[in-house]
Design a protein around this ligand. Structure first.
Ligand code: NBP
Length: 479
């Protein structure tokens, strides 16, 4: 046994992660793939890595020092279950199986429970950063037991991205906590991408600027408070010219956005936790809407506003859009952190929200300067009930809220869809409202379902006898 870490699954993510591991001082990496050709391919292509190949699970287990530690990077779902089953047959109590794929967190909770029965540790670890992150340094969100973290911590720290001197990995919490946080990371990523897309669309349709000119605007924004990987790559995509037509690439890409399901998981989970993640939901639905060409083909004939959309003061409009983007982005992150807080409470995880924001500063897709502000907010108040109320963010809203409203009005007047901008503004106005029409909803619920209501002026639960004499009685609380 000569390897301190093993990787199972040598497609793009697994092979890059194995190379990353091998490149770090002190690591010797065992590799295994279901079909051996891939293992041979990786061996041939990277002799410098000193990989120890295995052609069977038994050989793989024999090549690992104890406690054996293996990271699985295979297709999420049945593939992951098959590999876990095979590894539990050849591993021993105290060994560690890490699932680095994009598992749905309830699956991770289930797997951890099953694997634990054999005395083997199971760790679900969210890994973000795509192929390049896997190779050069991803952001890693591991769950699992404290015992496994002792062995795993130094290994994962050695391969993670580094932001401001700190490795982008922290032990998130037990069982499914890591995959839960990775799921919300992806949900926030959906919102961030949609907001950027809406900003681009509004600027393009309002000013008539070309994608290349808008690329310059994004590049400029990337030097300020919006600085982030997603803003940076947006400029790159907008600047790209299609070789075959000579047109901007963005104009020849079919306008139908795909999704692999993590946004939907984030929204489904938020619904069951009762957490409003409207920015993430609108971003997820915007992709769904785009991907129904048969509906869009008939709906294209529905009427819109008569007047063309023209902006008189271009510079002012662009600055308004920038502020609307920043304010909406703060809402999306605030909602995402709210979901993590609610998930932690529901599943009994002790998640340090400030630490989560710190490990997202490097390696992952939503890496951004702005995450330092979130870390600061939680450092000042770990029990912050709504992230966006922290002083720094409140100050942004003071600067941005009027611009944000102008942009949403302009979009609605011009008939330009801006679902994430407008839903974020609605959330902002909802959460800060002194009083909401929820009172009327509760009255309606009491009318048709005797669901009762509370009063603002006295304790207790009440019901009006709507079908009787409409007097109020004290009632059992039925919600
Ligand atoms: P894929 O998701 O394409 O999976 C291919 C790998 O799974 C191959 O090694 C394949 O082995 C193996 N595999 C399958 Br399929 N079924 C198997 C089974 N029943 N038993 C054993 N092995 C099986 O690879 P990927 O794109 O490298 O992604 C790996 C994981 O990382 C996924 O969970 C993905 O969601 C996650 N992830 C991907 C990215 C990204 O940017 N691609 C980012 C973050 C996370 P074979 O060679 O024998 O067919």
């Amino acid at each position: 046994a000569s390897a301190n870490i093993g990787v199972v699954g040598l497609a793009v993510m697994g092979s890059n992660l194995a190379r990353n591991l091998a490149s770090r001082e002190g690591n010797t990496v065992a590799i295994f793939n279901r079909s051996y050709e891939k293992t041979q391919g990786v061996l041939d292509a990277h002799p410098e890595a000193g990989f120890i190949p295995a052609s069977t699970y038994e050989e793989f287990a024999a090549s690992l020092q104890k406690p054996r530690t293996a990271i699985i990077m295979v297709k999420a779902g049945a593939g992951t279950d098959a590999v876990i089953q095979a590894l539990t047959e050849v591993f021993e109590p105290g060994d560690i199986i890490v699932d680095g794929g994009n598992a749905y967190f309830p699956d991770t909770i289930r797997r951890e429970k099953t694997v634990r029965e054999s005395g083997i540790n199971f760790v679900g670890a969210g890994i973000s950063g795509g192929e390049e992150g896997a190779l050069l340094g991803p952001s890693i969100m591991p769950g699992g037991s404290d015992e496994s973290w002792v062995t795993l911590g130094p290994i994962l720290r050695s391969i993670a991205a580094v932001a401001e001197g700190e490795p982008c990995v922290t032990h998130i919490g037990h069982d499914g906590a890591g995959h839960f946080v990775k799921m919300v990371h992806n949900g926030i990523e959906y919102a961030d991408m949609q907001l950027i897309a809406e900003a681009y669309d509004l600027i393009r349709r309002g000013t008539g600027k070309s994608p290349a000119e808008i690329a310059d605007i994004f590049a400029e924004w990337n030097t300020g408070e919006l600085e982030s990987y997603l803003i940076e790559i947006t400029a790159e995509v907008l600047r790209q010219v299609d070789a075959s037509t000579g047109k901007p690439l963005v104009d020849v890409i079919l306008d139908q956005a795909g999704a692999k399901g993590t946004g939907a998981w984030t929204v489904q989970t938020a619904l069951s936790l009762g957490v409003p993640v409207s920015g993430i939901a609108e971003a997820t639905f915007a992709r769904s809407l785009s991907s129904h060409p048969e509906q869009r083909a008939v709906a294209v004939n529905l009427p819109g506003p008569d007047n063309a959309f023209t902006v008189t003061d271009e510079a002012a409009f662009i600055e308004d859009v920038r502020l609307a983007l920043y304010a909406s982005k703060i809402v999306a992150y605030s909602q995402g952190f709210d979901e993590i807080r609610a998930g932690a409470a529901e599943y009994g995880w002790n998640i340090d929200l400030g630490a989560v924001s710190k490990i997202w500063r490097g390696g992952c897709i939503i890496r951004a300067q702005f995450l330092n502000r979130i870390a600061d907010a939680y450092a000042d108040n770990t029990d912050l009930p709504v992230l966006m109320t922290a002083p720094y963010f409140a100050e942004v809203f003071t600067r941005a809220q009027e611009a944000w409203r102008r942009v949403v009005i302009a979009a609605a007047t011009a008939g330009i869809p801006a679902p994430a901008f407008s839903s974020s503004l609605s959330y902002y106005d909802g959460i800060r409202a002194d009083r909401l029409p929820a009172a009327l909803v509760q009255g309606q619920r009491d009318f048709f379902g005797a669901h009762t209501y509370k009063r603002i002026d006295k304790e207790g639960t009440f019901h009006t006898l709507w079908s009787g004499d409409r007097t109020e009685i004290e009632a059992e609380d039925t919600h």
